[in-house]
Structures are given as structure tokens and as C-alpha cells.
Design a protein around this ligand. Structure first.
Ligand SMILES: Cc1cc2nc3c(=O)[nH]c(=O)nc-3n(C[C@H](O)[C@H](O)[C@H](O)COP(=O)(O)OP(=O)(O)OC[C@H]3O[C@@H](n4cnc5c(N)ncnc54)[C@H](O)[C@@H]3O)c2cc1C
Ligand SMILES: *[C@@H]1O[C@H](CO)[C@@H](O)[C@H](O)[C@H]1NC(C)=O
Ligand SMILES: *[C@@H]1O[C@H](CO)[C@@H](O)[C@H](O)[C@H]1NC(C)=O
Ligand SMILES: *[C@@H]1O[C@H](CO)[C@@H](O)[C@H](O)[C@H]1NC(C)=O
Ligand SMILES: *[C@@H]1O[C@H](CO)[C@@H](O)[C@H](O)[C@H]1NC(C)=O
Ligand SMILES: *[C@@H]1O[C@H](CO)[C@@H](O)[C@H](O)[C@H]1NC(C)=O
Length: 626
């Protein structure tokens, strides 16, 4: 785990304060109707050795919750196994998202360095956050609802996986609350009645919200009202997985439904340690470590086992069960059942954290510190009127999608001169750090991001007099890839995660094009009039400043300030590890359904696709077992 000084007492107090008030909120939101999403989650079942079910689903995250709920609603006897417990109350408030990173709900895995990325992280290795609770990573993520581009599926060239084949699964669960705020042309792209209710995030009351949009518009970015409709290109306010301004995880959306709770058995604090496979290569069940004392149990599935433990752990479980690269399993003394490239070709979305210093003094933080009145009033608001800024995700709901090859760096304008321009290569992501925040919260930021001392010190110093806007250019189609392997044959050890970010120089070139657009953004009236400038951190081994050599400074910066958005995919890829019906090759009655089966990350955030995969897996299972 990352070593850092504990979060400052200010944050601890704020955390406890929020906890208390949020429990009030729980009471207010307690009453719900039959199929409504609810925070009242299933009571965990007690398991015993040798128990038999029809289906066992491993992992209650984005995909696993959807798959298990659908199977149970279809009348099957389903056990859903989850390593964690219920998400805590802080997880409900969108504004508290940052507080979840590095918390007990986060696996906060270490990764293996590759010496060309994450160089300003402690031990030169980026952390890998993942949710450990019902809802999985949807209980700790940033809740951005972006499906990606239809080309992400069409270009796979896998029978049955074109956009037209998968779109119905995205629509099946979507419960858009704000269709009336979208143009009429958006109607065919949405469903308003699905179980995952989504809506625009609440306004953060931060003037930068509109200034950022103005900035991009000055560079000829179109204002795109709906990234999930005809085009992704432009600058947008995106929709969030929230409902009544509170987080809409898959725990709330699927597992909290009364009809699901009545039928689905959920085992919490139960870690799957492997798949039981017989001599004919038929999956018969799973082994688990159950409860506080980690009781070792065997559980059987008469029909199928579905692995949805996420892109980092599903490959681990397969390898522990003898399904993986022969040489690697031999080294660990694990008897080989199927020689498959499990864990290979892992790709992820990364970005450099670029800090923009602005003169602005909003005093949001000052109000918080002055007797916490602001926090109190926003919590009171959310409870009483379901308004107030705790439902906001800051500036993160402003996003931009662009093909950087369609940006004219001489004219400082986005152009649209080929069909390729509809395929974004970079996403811009935004966040705001109020003046002074790092002075009180630097240690907290260090703990959650894993950044090294010298960087935190430099940022804290600047934070005394300036606010920051973080603008990051995320590489949507990374060329670099890494892998997951077993660290040991002990299933309770985390896997070895080697993300291998930026090992392909083309990813740094893409980032540089993104950074050059950010540079132009600084010259737009919206930014320039507020004295905005890109912070040039002093980084070991980099030119002292960008003035000497712009590209080598920022290229070096990208390799230092690498940050993951936790979108890993590919470790159990469609076609390679699973077939078109998500069946693990070479084993019967075993499927994988989670982000790991996506061969490449979509041009967007990954939860939408992971949930759709869970929905689709349930369909496959029911059709094939009929
Ligand atoms: C901090 C963060 C921010 C993100 N922001 C966004 C965003 O804004 N928008 C977006 O679309 N996506 C976002 N993502 C990504 C998105 O949440 C994930 O891609 C998605 O949840 C992956 O779904 P999954 O089903 O593959 O895995 P997960 O949702 O991670 O679920 C896996 C589940 O399996 C459980 N599990 C693991 N091992 C075992 C075991 N051995 N036994 C039993 N259970 C086990 C885990 O505890 C977890 O509950 C973010 C992710 C993170 C971590
Ligand atoms: C990174 O450097 C360390 C120390 O020199 C070395 O042990 C390791 O193998 C290197 N890793 C890669 C992926 O090159
Ligand atoms: C798609 O796959 C088919 C069959 O595998 C192959 O013949 C064809 O060349 C592929 N098309 C592209 C564009 O890769
Ligand atoms: C929209 O959601 C409802 C409720 O889940 C579902 O019955 C319907 O099929 C969905 N519509 C589409 C087009 O998928
Ligand atoms: C489109 O314009 C960009 C920027 O001027 C240029 O680099 C690119 O070559 C042009 N593409 C086409 C197909 O004309
Ligand atoms: C770019 O041009 C194409 C073809 O004219 C058009 O369909 C598309 O909507 C345009 N995209 C944007 C973002 O303006």
C-alpha cells in the first residue's frame, strides 16, 4: 500500500461531520416503492460448505450486479459473491468522491513501475483504485455517463458485437431523468425508464463551469448537448449516475430493488479464491473465503459460474484455476487446464494531471472553514430540498472530446475536414482545487493520488495564493498495453498489475497535442482575463521549464505526472479469452462478464459498457441454458 502521512485532521473532521449528516439523509431516503432504486441493500446470506445454487456470479460491481439481478428476476436460484460489504454513506454524495480514493472502499492496488510513466508517484508506480463493496467501482467512481463511440464496437469486427448489436443493452438499463433538457434529436438515443437512473449533476455554482465552456468555444469546439447521441465531438456538460442528486451505483440501481432483494442471494465479505473445474474441464462451482474468519468453503453451481470480479481480478481467478499462459502457471506450480493468453493486452486510459493556476479567489473553502456553515447549509439543502452543492461533482461534468488531428495549431481552431474528425482521440477532464485547499488537504491528496513529496510541496506552496483548475488530456485509444499476472499462488494476495503506461511513444505524442490545445485555451479571453497559466513543476530529470523546449518539457511532464482513470480492459478479451457469448475458451459452464472482456477501452468512461456487458451476459446465459 502507498505510504503517506494520514489525512489531516481537518479532513477527518469533515468526513465524520458528513457521515453524521448523511445518515440523516439515509432516513429521508429510506422509503421506496417496489422497483425503485434504493440504498437499502440486500442482507448478506450465511454460507456453508457444499451449498448448491443454479448460478454463481462472482463480484457485485458494474457488470456482476446487473448480471445477477437479471438472472434472479428471471426466476433462477442465484448467489452473488462480493469481497466487500455495503458502500458507506459518504459514497452517496457526489461531492465527496475524492474522499473515497484510498479509503476502506478502495483496493488501492500498487502497480509495477515501467520506468517511463508515473515517475512522480511514490515508488514510481501509479496506484490502481477499484471499488471493494456492493456496486464495485460504481460505488467510488466519478459517475460520468459516457458510452463511447459506436466505432468502438463496429471496429472490433467480432460477429455479434457491432454497435447495433450492443446498443439495446445500453438502452435496457438507462433511466434518463432529464430528457427534457436535451434536444429532440437525442430522443432515439435514450431510455427514460431503465433501472439505472441518471441525470445532470447538480450545478457547482462555480463560475469556471461556464468559463471553461467559453474557452473551448473560442477554439471552435462545438457546444455538444449530448455526448451519447449522434456525435461525441465538442465541449459538453455530461450526465451523471446520480438520482435525486445522490450516487446511482449498480448496488442502488439493481441490488436495492425490492423485487431483486426478494430473489437474489448476496454473500458479502466473501472472496472467491478459484473456480472448481472437473476433469472434463466443466466448471462446477467456486471456492471462497467467507466472512470474518475467512472460512474456506466450496460452493457449487448446477448451471454456470460467471466471473465479474473486474479486469484485474477475473484474470487472477482464471489463472489460479489453471486457465492462463502455460509458462507462467508452470512457474507457480499451478496445474494447467487451458493455455490461454489470460491477463495480456491490458489497456487503460491515462492522463497527465496538468495544473492551471488562476487568480480567482472563490472563498468556497474559507466559508467551509468559517464554522462549516456552507457545508452545513448544503447538507441541509440536500436533505430537505434535495438541492445544494453536495450533489455536484465540481467541474468534472464539463468534458471535451476531440480528434487532435483535426485541430489546426496555426489557426488555433478545431476544424472538421474529414470523417475521422468524428472519432475523438482525446478527452479533456476538469477539476477545481480552491485556493488554500492543499494547505489543509495536501496530505489527503498525497494519500489518494500517491504523488511524491516534492510535487505535493510545490503544489501546496502555490495553493497558498492561487486556485487551481486541473485540465487533463486523456488518451482515448492508447497504443501502450500491459498485463496482469499472479504475484503468488495465494488467492488472497493481490495480482501483479503491470499497466506499462506510455511505453508506446505515440501515446505521449497524443498527450502533447492535447497539452498544446490546453496552451491555446490559456490564451482565450475566458482564461486570460483570470491570469490563467500552466504550472511548470520542477521535475527530476526534466528540463527546468517549458520555455527551453516546450515538447521535451511537457513530454517529460506526462511521464512524471501520469494518472490513471481506472478504466483497465482487455485482460479477458472477447475473441481471445472468451468467445462471442462470453464463454471462457476451453472450459464449459464458465463465463466472464466485466470490463476485462472489452478488447480496447471505449472512447469514453467504462462503467456504461461494463453494465451493458452484465445485462448481455444474463441474456446469453438464459438463452443458452433454456
Ligand atoms: C476512482 C474511479 C473513477 C472512475 N470514474 C468513472 C466514471 O466517471 N465513469 C465511468 O463510466 N467509469 C468510471 N470508472 C470506471 C468504472 O467504474 C469501471 O470501469 C467499472 O465499474 C468496471 O466494472 P466491472 O464490473 O468490470 O468491475 P467493478 O465495478 O470494479 O466490480 C468488481 C467487483 O468484484 C469484486 N471482487 C473483486 N475480487 C473479488 C473476489 N476475489 N471475490 C469476490 N468479489 C470480488 C469487487 O469488490 C467489486 O465489487 C472509474 C473507476 C474508478 C475506480
Ligand atoms: C525499471 O528499473 C528498475 C531499476 O533499474 C529495473 O529493475 C526494472 O526492471 C525496470 N523495469 C522495466 C519495465 O524496465
Ligand atoms: C473482419 O473479419 C473478417 C473475418 O474474420 C475478415 O475476413 C475481415 O478481413 C475483417 N475486416 C477487417 C476490416 O478487419
Ligand atoms: C427501457 O427500460 C425499460 C425498463 O427497464 C425496459 O423495459 C425497456 O425495454 C427499455 N427500453 C429499451 C429501448 O431498451
Ligand atoms: C485537416 O486539417 C488538419 C489541420 O490543419 C491537417 O493537419 C490535416 O492534414 C487535414 N486533413 C485533411 C484530410 O485535409
Ligand atoms: C463534421 O462534418 C460532418 C460531415 O459534414 C458532419 O456530419 C458532422 O456533424 C460534423 N461534425 C461536427 C462536430 O461538426
Amino acid at each position: 500500500m502507498v505510504t503517506a502521512s494520514p489525512p489531516s485532521s481537518y479532513f477527518e473532521r469533515l468526513y465524520i461531520f458528513r457521515l453524521v449528516l448523511l445518515s440523516l439523509l439515509a432516513v429521508v431516503h429510506g422509503q421506496t416503492t417496489a422497483q425503485q432504486p434504493s440504498y437499502s441493500l440486500p442482507i448478506g446470506v450465511k454460507l456453508w460448505d457444499g451449498q448448491v445454487f443454479e448460478y454463481i456470479v462472482v463480484g457485485a460491481g458494474a457488470a456482476g450486479s446487473a448480471a445477477a439481478a437479471r438472472l434472479a428476476l428471471a426466476g433462477a436460484n442465484v448467489l452473488l459473491i462480493e469481497a466487500g460489504g455495503d458502500p458507506d454513506l459518504v459514497s452517496r454524495a457526489p461531492a465527496a468522491s475524492m474522499a473515497l480514493l484510498g479509503s476502506a472502499l478502495d483496493y488501492h492496488y500498487d502497480t509495477v513501475p515501467n520506468n517511463v510513466s508515473c515517475l512522480s508517484s511514490q515508488n514510481k508506480a501509479c496506484v490502481a483504485s477499484r471499488g471493494k463493496c456492493l456496486g464495485g467501482s460504481t460505488s467510488i467512481n466519478y459517475m460520468m455517463y459516457v458510452r463511447g463511440n459506436r466505432d468502438d464496437f463496429d471496429s472490433l469486427n467480432i460477429t455479434g458485437w457491432s454497435w447495433n448489436d450492443v446498443e439495446p443493452y445500453f438502452l435496457r438499463y438507462e433511466g434518463l431523468q432529464d430528457l427534457d433538457l436535451l434536444p429532440a434529436s437525442s430522443i432515439p438515443y435514450h431510455n427514460t425508464t431503465g433501472t439505472m437512473k441518471i441525470e445532470f449533476f447538480e450545478d457547482s455554482n462555480n463560475p469556471w463551469h461556464s468559463r471553461i465552456v467559453d474557452g473551448y468555444e473560442a477554439l471552435n469546439f462545438p457546444n455538444n448537448p449530448d455526448v451519447n447521441a449522434a456525435t461525441q465531438i465538442g465541449v459538453s456538460h455530461i450526465i451523471g449516475y446520480t438520482y435525486d442528486n445522490l450516487r446511482m451505483s449498480t448496488a442502488r440501481g439493481y441490488l436495492g430493488r425490492t423485487d431483486v432483494k426478494r430473489k437474489l442471494k448476496v454473500a458479502k465479505f466473501t472472496t472467491c479464491t478459484g473456480v472448481i473445474i472437473d476433469d472434463n474441464n466443466v466448471a462446477r462451482g467456486v471456492t471462497v473465503a467467507h466472512g470474518l474468519f475467512k472460512a474456506k468453503l466450496r460452493l457449487y453451481a448446477k448451471k454456470e459460474v460467471i466471473l465479474s470480479a473486474g479486469a484485474l481480478v477475473t484474470p487472477q481467478l482464471l489463472m489460479l484455476s489453471g486457465i492462463g499462459p502455460a509458462e507462467h502457471l508452470n512457474e507457480l506450480g499451478i496445474p494447467l487446464r487451458v493455455d490461454l493468453s489470460v491477463g495480456d493486452d491490458m489497456t487503460d486510459h491515462t492522463l497527465p494531471l496538468v495544473f492551471i493556476k488562476v487568480d480567482e479567489e472563490l472563498n468556497l473553502l474559507k466559508e467551509v472553514l468559517d464554522g462549516s456553515e456552507k457545508v452545513f447549509s448544503s447538507l441541509a439543502d440536500i436533505i430537505l430540498t434535495r438541492g445544494g452543492s453536495l450533489g455536484s461533482i465540481g467541474l468534472t461534468d464539463v468534458t471535451g472530446f476531440v480528434n487532435t488531428l483535426c485541430y489546426d495549431f496555426d489557426k488555433h481552431q478545431l476544424i472538421n475536414n474529414s470523417t475521422e474528425c468524428e472519432l475523438p482521440t482525446t478527452q479533456f477532464i476538469h477539476a477545481y482545487i480552491d485556493r488554500g485547499l492543499l494547505v489543509v488537504g495536501g496530505a489527503f491528496m498525497q494519500h489518494s493520488t500517491g504523488l511524491e513529496d516534492s510535487v505535493i510541496k510545490q503544489l501546496t506552496e502555490i495553493s497558498k495564493n492561487s486556485a487551481f483548475i486541473i485540465i487533463s488530456s486523456l488518451v482515448l485509444r492508447p497504443k501502450s498495453s500491459g498485463r496482469v499476472r499472479l504475484a503468488s499462488a495465494d488467492p488472497l494476495q493481490p495480482p501483479t498489475i503491470f499497466p506499462n503506461y506510455l511505453s508506446d511513444d505515440r501515446d505521449v505524442e497524443e498527450i502533447l497535442r492535447g497539452i498544446n490545445i490546453i496552451k491555446d485555451l490559456m490564451e482565450t479571453p475566458a482564461f486570460k482575463s483570470r491570469g490563467a497559466s500552466m504550472v511548470q513543476l520542477e521535475l527530476e530529470g526534466c528540463p527546468r521549464s517549458a520555455e527551453e523546449d516546450w515538447s521535451s518539457y511537457w513530454g517529460c511532464y506526462a511521464r512524471h505526472m501520469t494518472y490513471s482513470t481506472f478504466h483497465s480492459v482487455g485482460t479477458t478479451a472477447l475473441g481471445r479469452v472468451v468467445d462471442g457469448r462470453l464463454r471462457v475458451r476451453g472450459v464449459r459452464r464458465l463465463r466472464a462478464a466485466d470490463a476485462g472482456v472489452l478488447p480496447r477501452p471505449p472512447r469514453g468512461n467504462t462503467a456504461a459498457a461494463a453494465i451493458a456487458l452484465g445485462e448481455r451476459a444474463a441474456d446469453f446465459v438464459l438463452e443458452d441454458d433454456a
